[in-house]
Design a protein around this ligand. Structure first.
Ligand SMILES: Cc1cc2nc3c(=O)[nH]c(=O)nc-3n(C[C@H](O)[C@H](O)[C@H](O)COP(=O)(O)O)c2cc1C
Length: 369
């Protein structure tokens, strides 16, 4: 028989939604109510729970990865960035970048470009193709993007940023968001100016990767700047940069007051980081980190799904880097990584990974947790 105890509701803020879980208590099952410790992220009509966003990563966050990683606890995933110019031609390669899996809604589709009219046209195209949110990239520091005044180079001209945002907001009937860096250099920290223009233009959320464009990935993301941004505007702010640990990410979120956090590199090969963060946000104790063998078992699922969806010729090179991420922290990983780099077929690679799983299970102490 299930007995229902009085709910032990711990409300740690406003707008939080308690969740019922069955918890064993003195041999009987009692209903206790776990309390979310942060609020859902609201972007227009979308209530995003948990407020954890998978960072857009070019060449990485294709529809397969988004669909595979979302169940670990991402409330929102973002496509890799797509050129607004390329969308006008609609090549198969461009269109597959904005393609969705069907399992990862809501999806935010990210665009880059320097021309307000072309960005508006591109926004209409991606909206017609199912984007729930259109995100504008004001953050990419790669020369192939900035030499045409796209990505983070837009931050050198806040009027251009504003014109792009106004044109895109006017073009679509869904929320528009922006993702930006602090500014082009440390002498031009325009992020608050651009965010205020965004708010006035009708943009519905701002993500800040707290580095300058010139920094690329050097130094550390400056979360103090993220807190300053949160205090300066009323629309939701998503903080991004260097979140590698679930407890630290939740602490960053609370200290800066942001409405959501975006995680990128640290989740590659380690989506369990996101499950741990989701558990903390739900007021729960995170599950233990999976064993090395279980992590590799998931890597096999990832590999097989990529081969099934993209074909072997495209999946094998892409999966080499992912296997490298899954192997982080393993005893003997560098030797195995080297052998995996030399395999040419999926069967050969998966054979090697399966042998490793069997070895880890027979001598579990070989694996570093
Ligand atoms: C391989 C790679 C590709 C990226 N591609 C994009 C992109 O297409 N659009 C974008 O806004 N940011 C892109 N970024 C930046 C990430 O979204 C994120 O802002 C950055 O990695 C910092 O977050 P992290 O420290 O959690 O990784 C990329 C980063 C990496 C490592």
């Amino acid at each position: 028989m299930i007995r229902v105890s009085a709910p032990a509701l711990i409300q740690v803020g406003s707008g939080l939604h308690p969740k019922k879980v069955a918890a064993p208590c003195h041999g009987a099952l009692y209903w206790t109510v776990m309390a979310r410790v942060v609020s859902a992220l609201r972007i227009g009509p979308h209530e995003i729970w948990p407020p954890i966003v998978l960072a857009p990563m070019s060449g990485v966050t294709n529809r397969t990865l988004r669909a595979l990683y979302k169940p670990f606890g991402f409330g929102l995933t973002v496509t890799e960035f797509v050129s607004s110019n390329a969308l006008q031609f609609g090549s198969a390669r461009t269109m597959e970048m904005i393609d969705q899996h069907g399992l990862e809604q809501p999806v935010s589709t990210q665009l880059w470009g320097n021309d307000p009219a072309i960005m508006a046209q591109a926004a209409k195209i991606v909206r017609e193709c199912g984007a729930d949110i259109v995100d504008i990239n004001f953050g990419c520091p790669a020369p192939k993007v900035t030499k045409t005044e796209g990505g983070s180079a837009c931050l050198r001209d806040v009027y251009r940023c504003e014109a792009i945002m106004r044109a895109v907001v006017a073009a679509v009937d869904c929320p528009v968001t922006i993702k930006m860096r602090l500014g082009w250099t440390e002498n031009d920290l325009v992020f608050i100016d651009v965010a205020k223009r965004a708010q006035a233009a009708g943009v519905q959320a701002v993500t800040l990767h707290a580095r300058t464009a010139k920094q690329l990935y050097r130094g550390s993301a400056d979360w103090q700047r993220i807190a300053e941004l949160k205090a300066a505007i009323d629309i939701p702010v998503i903080g991004n940069g260097d979140l590698t640990d679930a407890h630290a990410a939740l602490a960053r979120m609370r200290e800066s007051g942001v409405d959501g956090v975006m995680l990128g590199r640290a989740t590659l090969g380690n989506p369990w980081l996101v499950s741990a963060l989701r558990a903390l946000m739900n007021g729960e104790v995170p599950a233990p980190h999976p064993s090395a063998a279980d992590r590799l078992r998931f890597a096999v699922v990832h590999y097989e799904t990529m081969v099934a969806e993209w074909g072997e010729a495209r999946a094998v090179p892409q999966m080499r880097k992912h296997l490298g991420y899954y192997l982080k922290g393993f005893y003997g990983a560098s030797d195995l990584r080297e052998r995996l780099m030399r395999t040419l077929t999926a069967a050969e690679t998966l054979g090697l990974v399966r042998q490793t799983i069997a070895r880890l299970e027979s001598v579990p102490e070989c694996a570093v947790a």
